[in-house]
Ligand binder design. Sequence first.
Ligand SMILES: [Zn+2]
Length: 202
Amino acid sequence: MTESSPLHPAAALQSLLEGNTRFVEGRREHPNQDADRRTELQSGQNPFAVVFGCSDSRVAAEIIFDRGLGDLFMVRTAGQVVDAAVLGSVEFAVDQLGVPLVLILGHDNCGAVNAAAASVESGRLPAGYVRDIVERITPAVMAIRKVGGTIDDMVAENVRQAGSLLLERSPILARKVDSGKCRIVGVVYDLVDGRVRLVEER
Ligand SMILES: [Zn+2]
């Protein structure tokens, strides 16, 4: 089965949310995963969403949104932290491929957020390049600690801050969002029930 790509931000979001509902309810359709789709994609890709999510193995976007090949342009780092390569990847998808939606995908029980919270608590930073990850999540942890929130609030805040950072750092992306050609939406995925909930829309 082959499904065409939605071109508008609202339709793209709708398509992802519908796929997530199918996943949650155990009635996945596995669209765009066959040989016909491979042939169709031979000449190029036309994904309808960038999914910028955590690297966690339990949060596989094509599965939880019930999509297939050529649908989702994936960018993943632990804790979905933003760096220059992330910005370049998102800009490529939005500017060169015309992708109308950037979905930021965090999740509960995120090891990276937990590590950042533990680091702030203890005053000790982890060794190696994990330190880079933790440092980039620390502002979200600090913002929520200040208002006495929970670790789940930190997860949601980390998603929102990732969206802010993409817009602040990338004038190309900000122009696309201002003109209505692209939207940035943040969601948090629940590891147990499989559902995503919206935490941010721009
Ligand atoms: Zn994670």
